[in-house]
Write a protein that binds this ligand. Sequence first.
Ligand code: SF4
Length: 170
Amino acid sequence: MPFLKTLTGNKYRNIYSFLLVAGLAIGGFFWPVLGMGILGLMVTALVLNFRKRRSFCAGVCPNGNFLAASLKGISARRRVPRAFVDVRLRSMLCGLMLFCLIGLISRGFPDASVMGRAFWIVYIIALSAGILIGILYKPRAWCVVCPLGTLQDTIGDAASKKTAKLPDQD
Ligand code: SF4
């Protein structure tokens, strides 16, 4: 898919990742409806996952790219604790994310601003956690526990045998 290759090329991906993350995090504070963009990213991840598991994580995800590029110089680069890879912890975080999102959205539906605010809140919590553990461990340590990554793995197990080569979680 040429378009996907262009997006995942080093030349462009950091630029669009920084712009998207800043736009969602800062813009979403002032214009809650922008939070609906996070739903767009989630849908993109799940659609690409049917083609190849974790294609989204392998280069498209703005958060993964942003964490890798922005924390490169300040991360402690320590080994990620074993507890992070525990499937029960990952499943619990994924379930918690879905539970929170469904609850918040169902209260706000069909108001796009209220639903966007719900996505934005979950996004900011995830981004903050990603930055914190990225500094404490490795820049992309968040990707080990990321609920969207777990969701892709869960769906991918049922839908596809192929898995995209992920960038090092360094
Ligand atoms: S694991 Fe999560 S944060 Fe990391 S690349 Fe995948 S979707 Fe993005």
